[in-house]
Design a protein around this ligand. Structure first.
Ligand code: IMP
Ligand code: MG
Length: 177
């Protein structure tokens, strides 16, 4: 793998395909063990997590459901700040074991605003799986129960993650050079 260009920026190989797939296999095995007999519901957050969700999902060895949602942020009032709404959240999560699938947790803002909305619907349990986490970028701490890789606070693309719309199709993760 060598350096690539996306729009105006250059990226270098960071996590190769094999390393990604091995880690995902391990997470799927752990989830299959932890949720045995529970029929959990994966709620994958679009767009970034679609590739990770697919690879994780097909390695699950227990009964498991999957839905995709999109989070839209709009400006609320002064007191509410930004409001996040989930588009496509049409599965009832009451008393379900819900597993949120994210591509990356950066500042933690998105999930910190969205999780309380889900908790309000009283799932039996709620846990988070994220492929990547940038601990140094944390503003809102998020409890990521299942994590692929902890990475430095540098922009990455590939494997579902984009830079201004491009780069999602890359099968590996690339880091800003
Ligand atoms: P957060 O709300 O700051 O945790 O970040 C939420 C979203 O920002 C993620 O779900 C990604 O879609 C996007 N994001 C954060 N860091 C990166 C990155 O390095 N590359 C691509 N997208 C990113
Ligand atoms: Mg995302």
């Amino acid at each position: 793998m060598s350096q690539i260009q996306v729009h105006d920026k250059y990226f270098k190989p960071y996590i190769d395909e094999n390393t990604l797939q091995e880690r995902i296999t391990a997470i799927a095995a752990q989830l299959s063990e932890d949720y045995k007999g529970k029929k959990p519901l994966f709620v994958a957050i679009l767009n970034g997590s679609f590739m990770f969700a697919a690879d994780l999902f097909k390695r699950m060895t227990i009964d498991v459901e999957l839905c995709f949602i999109k989070l839209a942020s709009y400006k609320g009032t002064k007191s509410t700040g930004n409001v996040i709404t989930a588009i496509g959240m049409d599965t009832d999560i009451f008393s379900r074991d819900v597993i949120i699938i994210e591509d990356i947790v950066d500042t933690g803002k998105t999930l910190s605003e969205f999780l309380p909305q889900l908790e309000h619907q009283q799932p039996a349990s709620l846990s988070i799986v994220s492929l990547l986490h940038k601990p140094d970028a944390t503003v809102f701490p998020i409890d990521i129960k299942y994590l692929g890789f902890s990475i430095p606070n540098k922009f990455v693309v590939g494997y579902g993650l984009d830079y201004d719309g491009l780069g999602r199709n890359l099968p590996a993760i690339y880091q800003l050079a």
